[in-house]
Design a protein around this ligand. Structure first.
Ligand SMILES: Cc1cc2nc3c(=O)[nH]c(=O)nc-3n(C[C@H](O)[C@H](O)[C@H](O)COP(=O)(O)OP(=O)(O)OC[C@H]3O[C@@H](n4cnc5c(N)ncnc54)[C@H](O)[C@@H]3O)c2cc1C
Ligand code: FES
Ligand code: FES
Length: 1261
């Protein structure tokens, strides 16, 4: 039953969440890029008439296209009441969750795979998670969990999986009851019970909606033409297949939807017996095309061997759920409508001279080439078939897709080559070849000059090769495209890919040194190792257990703010942003939304009853909630639209026109600002002067390092829900800092603090984004709720979240150092500039001077840290803020010294290290060197580099000392209940995925000597934890753990007299007795750093090895060995997860993640999952080993432990040095020189390729 008010653009996701009220399925990007929304579909395939099961992104699927489908959501496979599904148990048991926001999507993707009817191998698992982003875990645990369910799982994984099943299934512990299992688990989902609506899947449907939008579900091509007849040129219609193109370019309003999924002729395939042509229905899905191609290639390799390569290429298109419903014709149509779209399908089909049959409303069907199709007027036309010819073995085919990460992003450049050759005559070209490129410019398809030149020439002739590459270079003229890679890179890449293709033709005829250039980087299955200690005697302390919330996270039952059930009269809010700045606000034009159905009100600065501010109490400079007169930067909020649904509010917010006068060119370049010395933009933020200057100077070095920004990429965007109450306002904010939100809301609404009650159960990823900066959506939502006196909810879109909210502080560091003969620093002058964005409110400079002078002999280091003002939103804290950037600069300097005096970087580090750290660090280095076979591998790397011209390897070892110091306060309120003796506690920290509740419960159970099952942690709020610090800096878990231990001590003290009186009572009876004797069973304690100071050093060492491809700039991380000093970890699995997650977040920072702004408007161009690419499952180290330092209880820490959330991120800079080592070898081969070089971070394929100094002259065979 579908409620009548659902319109055709309502997605399956919106339906599941808002109408079926099943909140387990999440969403974030709404464009197929993050996987939070994956559900399982069962349907009858219209072509095969067979049942099929697969995963889809529910955010891309219009709910009306699900006709005849059976949808299985996370709730349908298992839950706390009926038992968890094996996939849920396994993910939880392997500790594959942290914040848990990605977990339901992960589970459903795996569930879909396992039910697809295929034999799922570990390789399939690794290849199938490009669809799902997890920002917390670093993926290793998730991959291990799911690989344990694969048919070829290693015995170790299988055993672990069986252990988890046994533990939760066979009567030991049931996570839903915490008691012995009664074996009812796994009974919820039963394949055989699937109620497939097969009998109605083939019927035609017509629906007309209130706004005259029409939905036709057709079953024949004839019916499509009949619908065409009802259109005229003003009608916007869409042939709806997978509807996934909405994830690439937003589709916008459609008048007529023609759902063609039941048209079997568009989904079948056949082989023409006369020509041997493979004739595919145009709307065969990409997944099915892969299967068909692979089958054809293996059945008749003499004709269709090339189809195997086509299939391999399609496996790099999008991700599994998108490919499951996205179709060939749909993809070609995106190219037809947007010529800049680097369609992979178009280039691979064009290279093999594919023909399309296209039918017209008149019934006439013609055959067209792909290029002919691009010239055609497609109005009232339909692609019916895609025809691929057979090719015998005289044809050679190759294709490439080069992208910013391993999976699930579009090509920077893609290419496909088909050449008929005489293999016995040095691959002489026998007819005009096909050389096709995508991603070059709007019109570029074929390199026609190169094609003409090559006809008749020998491909394996070095002078032909060089001439062809020179011609190719001259005809490939890439456009400059917003948010895309540079023209120079794409031109070089095109030439290099052609060279790579030639190298691949006959490896035996290529000299050994160049041979490896003929392949792309080959990534084997990844694996991980975790080494930690546990001490059974003191369990649950040190016990390796999954996060307490893991099972509920994996069943979708863990509630996030946007999962709180809707209440009566509830409305939705969306902030309106400027899309240009700086300038003066001229006018906010709301005329376009005045009569828009569903829009309730627009509020701007003038509607704010209190202060128009965003940060109320730590504010150094006034930051307006909504701009009043001056627009400071693009992305600045000017108001909020309130509407009846979030979708309407979002659309309306986009329709508000913000007019800006006196627009100035935004200042966006930190380096330029730093070098300008402009006092209006730069001010000194902190200093740490040198105390001495040594004079044994052999060499002076200068250099600089620019480390960029990073979007936090929380899978839950900024979200808030406000409910007016008789006491004031209840604020459910996804924030790391409740006290800050309470203050902001009170200031904006001009109400007393005690009328604002803020609550947070958990957040779906924070990493610092939700400290101060949750204030925008929280204040806007509270304003809307207060104004209309109704509950209001607001969930930011990914785009507005990225545009409006600041990110990691980029840092530009300049250094001048002097060293002696041994590389010991005599003096070091460092000037760093932090890009604060527009305001100086979130401070960073002090962190730089705090974390900088820690590891090395700092009496000679002089730090000056400047704050720089740029015209972008105020930047903010991001996991390991300040420490990441300044440690990167320190280590960069060590590498520079080592390079200049040709010494081993490790010995330079040891030569400069502070005496107090020398013994620890040198021992850790020695241990890790041994464990990682560092010396042998370094030799192997050198040998590899000598033998290979185009592939290079690099290995590096980097130490770390992170100075940890708690300076925040957190409360705990602990209540024990007479009756059963159970405990509920609430604390001032926020569960952001770091496992705070798990550690707190372990510590509480340990201190009281009771079972963990007796303790429950409830949400954080501003009544029981008033005036508390925000959760960040890896300090909350520690501090709250201390507070809970102190609470327990208070309780034990109160219980002591009763215990003495009744020495043999068990816990429950003791509590009952205490209650009867009027003992207060509710304790409160606030951790204060003044009462219990905590200050210690966290050590770490990492060895990182990489391989890069100089021809494409791509890289992969071969192995990481990370030795972390976690003290005596309270919760080793939780801490391992923190280490892996932090390290992988750092990899993204240094390798993948790039923010690009429009230089004229200041608008953030990389604001989508389509163009901002954090690491995916196949970007992590292939071999990822984490070791915890052994036998080192930390007596300055809580229960002898150390913090783990942030420090490991600092170690990820090792990947930069490993890549530099590899690159240095390539540059030396290219230029004969071994010079120190500076290249921009992040080390994207673009920056690596452009730094390799490769020229056509160096090409050889
Ligand atoms: C996250 C993501 C990543 C992606 N990555 C890549 C990538 O790396 N490389 C790449 O090449 N593509 C990529 N894509 C694009 C993807 O391949 C396409 O979205 C998909 O193939 C479109 O097919 P569809 O059936 O969903 O089309 P729909 O969205 O249903 O339709 C798209 C258009 O095709 C028209 N159309 C459909 N069928 C016909 C027909 N038979 N005749 C005429 N017109 C027709 C429709 O009218 C509509 O205009 C990505 C997409 C997403 C969402
Ligand atoms: S919300 Fe559907 S993929 Fe991101
Ligand atoms: S656990 Fe995956 S995003 Fe947080």
């Amino acid at each position: 039953m579908i409620p009548p008010d659902i319109n055709p653009s309502t997605t399956l996701n919106a339906y599941i969440r808002d109408y079926a009220l099943a909140k387990g399925t999440k969403y974030m990007c709404q464009e197929g890029g993050c996987g939070a929304c994956i559900v399982t579909v069962k349907r009858i395939n219209s072509a095969t008439q067979k049942q099929e099961t697969f995963g889809v992104n529910s955010c891309l699927v219009p709910v009306y296209s699900c006709h005849g489908w059976s949808i299985i959501t996370i709730e349908g496979i298992g839950n706390r009441r009926n038992g968890f599904h094996k996939v849920q148990l396994t993910l939880a048991g392997f500790n594959g969750t942290q914040c848990g926001y990605c977990s339901p999507g992960m589970v459903m993707n795996m569930f879909s795979l396992l039910n697809s009817g295929k034999n799922i191998t570990m390789k399939d698992v690794e290849n199938s998670f490009g669809s799902n982003i997890c920002r917390c875990t670093g993926y290793r645990s998730i991959l291990d969990a799911f690989k344990s369910l694969a048919s070829d799982a290693t015995p170790e994984l299988k055993r672990k999986c069986a252990d988890i099943e046994d533990l939760y299934k066979e009567g030991k512990i049931c996570p839903k009851t915490n008691e012995g299992c009664n074996n009812t688990c796994h009974k919820l989902y039963n394949k055989n019970n699937d109620n497939l609506l097969s009998d109605i899947s083939n019927i035609s449907i017509k629906m007309i909606f209130n706004d005259n939008t029409k939905w036709f579900r057709v079953t024949t091509i004839k019916e499509i033409y009949e619908v065409f007849e009802t259109t005229d040129t003003s009608t916007k219609y869409m042939l709806l297949a997978g509807h996934t193109s909405n994830g690439v370019y937003r589709i916008g309003h459609i008048d007529i939807y023609i759902d063609i999924n039941a048209v079997s002729d568009l989904h079948t395939y056949t082989v023409d017996p006369d020509t041997g042509n493979l004739i595919l229905g145009a709307n065969v899905s990409l997944t099915r095309a892969i299967t068909i191609f692979k089958n054809m290639a293996s059945e008749k390799p003499d004709k269709y061997a090339y189809l195997e390569q086509l299939a391999n290429h399609i496996e790099l298109v999008a991700n599994v759920p998108v490919r499951n419903i996205g179709t060939l014709a749909g993809n070609l149509s995106i190219k037809y409508n947007n010529r800049n779209f680097p369609s992979d399908i178009f280039i691979i089909l064009e290279a093999v001279k594919t023909k399309l049959t296209i039918g017209h409303i008149t019934g006439i069907v013609y055959e067209y080439s792909l290029q002919g199709y691009l010239q055609l007027d497609m109005y009232q036309r339909l692609i019916i078939n895609i025809i691929l010819p057979p090719y015998d073995s005289s044809y050679v085919y190759g294709s490439y897709k080069i992208m910013q990460r391993a999976q699930n992003t579009h090509a920077d450049v893609n290419s496909a080559f088909l050449v008929k050759v005489n293999k016995n005559d040095k691959f002489r070209v026998l007819e005009t070849p096909n050389i096709v490129f995508g991603g070059i410019n709007t019109n570029f398809i074929h390199a026609t000059n190169t094609e003409t030149y090559l006809n008749g020439k020998q491909l394996l002739n070095i002078s032909v090769l060089k001439e062809a590459c020179t011609i190719l270079k001259s005809e490939v003229k890439p456009d400059s495209i917003n948010a895309e890679t540079s023209p120079l890179y794409r031109q070089s890449l095109a030439v290099n890919l052609f060279y790579k293709f030639i190298l691949s033709l006959s490896p035996d005829n290529v000299s050994t040194k160049y041979k490896s250039g003929g392949t792309l980087l080959e990534r084997p299955l990844s694996s991980g190792k975790q080494d930690f200690q546990t001490e059974k005697l003191i369990w649950p302390i040190t016990k390796p257990i999954p996060k307490l919330e893991a099972f509920l996270q994996c069943s979708g039952e863990a509630e996030f703010v946007n999962d709180i059930p809707a209440v009566q009269n509830q409305l939705y809010a969306a902030v309106v942003l400027t899309r240009t700045g700086p300038g003066l606000l001229d006018n906010i034009d709301t005329s376009l939304i005045k009569n828009m159905p569903g829009v309730v009100k627009f509020l701007s600065a003038k509607d704010i009853p209190g202060k128009n501010i965003i940060i109320s109490y730590t504010q150094v400079e006034i930051e307006e909630l909504f701009a009043e007169k001056e627009i400071k930067f693009s992305g600045q909020p000017v108001g909020v639209v309130i509407a009846t649904t979030q979708q309407i509010a979002n659309v309306a917010a986009e329709r508000v026109v913000v007019k800006v006068n006196n627009q100035q060119k935004p200042v966006l370049d930190l380096r330029e600002v730093a070098q300008s010395g402009d006092k209006n933009r730069i001010s000194i933020g902190a200093t740490k002067p040198a105390t001495t200057k040594k004079t044994d100077i052999k060499l002076k070095l200068n250099g600089s390092l620019l480390v960029g920004s990073q979007y936090h990429y929380t899978m839950e965007t900024h979200t808030c829900f406000c409910i007016p109450t008789e006491d004031g306002i209840d604020v459910f904010s996804a924030t790391q800092d409740l006290h800050m939100m309470q203050n902001n809301v009170a200031a904006v609404l001009a109400v007393p603090l005690n009328s604002v009650f803020v609550r947070t159960k958990r957040v779906g990823g924070g990493y610092g984004a939700k400290l101060i900066r949750s204030a925008l959506v929280t204040s806007a939502c509270a304003l809307a709720s207060n104004n209309l006196k109704v509950p209001v909810r607001s969930v930011m879109t990914m785009e507005s979240n990225m545009e409006a909210i600041g990110k990691r502080f980029p840092m530009y560091g300049q250094y001048e150092i002097a060293i002696n003969e041994k590389g010991v620093i005599q003096y070091a002058n460092l000037n760093t500039y932090s890009n604060m964005g527009k305001f100086f409110n979130d401070t960073i400079c002090k962190s730089l001077t705090y974390f900088g002078p820690v590891l090395y002999e700092d009496n000679v280091w002089d730090y000056k840290c400047y704050a720089a003002r740029l015209d972008i939103p105020s930047n903010t804290y991001c996991r390991s803020p300040g420490s990441t950037e300044i440690i990167a600069l320190n280590e960069y300097i060590m590498e520079h010294i080592a390079h200049e005096i040709k010494q081993d970087p490790v010995s330079i580090r040891l030569a400069n290290i502070k005496q107090e750290h020398y013994s620890v660090i040198s021992t850790l280095i020695a241990d890790l060197k041994k464990n990682s076979d560092f010396d042998e591998r370094k030799t192997a790397v050198d040998t590899f580099n000598n033998k290979n011209r185009w592939k290079k390897r690099g290995i590096t070892l980097v130490p770390m000392c992170y100075a940890y110091d708690i300076n925040m306060k957190y409360s705990v309120l602990l209540s024990v209940y007479a009756g059963d003796g159970t405990i509920a506690l609430t604390h001032g920290g926020v569960e952001i995925g770091q496992g705070i509740n798990t550690k707190v419960v372990q510590a509480c159970a340990y201190t009281l000597g009771i079972d963990m099952n007796m303790i429950r942690v409830t949400s954080t709020n501003t009544i029981t934890a008033p005036n508390n610090s925000g959760t960040g800096g890896s300090v909350a878990s520690d501090s709250v753990t201390i507070a809970v231990i102190e609470c327990c001590k208070i309780l034990l003290q109160r219980l002591d007299p009763i215990k003495k009186k009744y020495p043999n009572l068990n816990w429950k009876d003791l509590i009952n007795k205490a209650d009867a004797e009027f003992v207060d069973l509710c304790c409160e304690y606030m951790y204060s750093p003044i009462v219990i100071p905590r200050k210690y050093n966290i050590y770490g060492v990492v060895v990182t090895e990489v391989e890069i491809d100089l021809l494409t700039g791509q890289h992969q991380i071969v192995r990481v060995d990370l030795l972390e000093d976690a003290g005596q970890s309270i919760s080793p699995l939780v801490d391992i997860g923190q280490v892996e997650g932090a390290f992988v977040m750092g990899l993204g920072y240094y390798l993948n993640e790039k923010l690009i702004y429009d230089s004229n408007t200041g608008n953030l161009l990389t604001n989508r999952s389509w163009n901002y690419t954090p690491p995916g499952a196949k970007d992590i180290p292939i071999d990822f080993r984490v070791y915890f330092r052994r036998d080192v209880p930390n007596h300055l820490g809580i229960l002898r432990s150390k913090a783990t959330g942030e420090p490991p991120l600092c170690l990820s800079v090792s990947v930069v040095f490993a890549i530099r080592n590899a690159l240095a070898s390539g540059r030396k081969d290219a230029t004969g020189k071994d010079e120190w070089f500076e290249i921009n971070l992040p080390y994207t394929p673009e920056n690596i390729l452009l730094s390799a100094e490769t020229t056509i002259e160096q090409f050889s065979l």
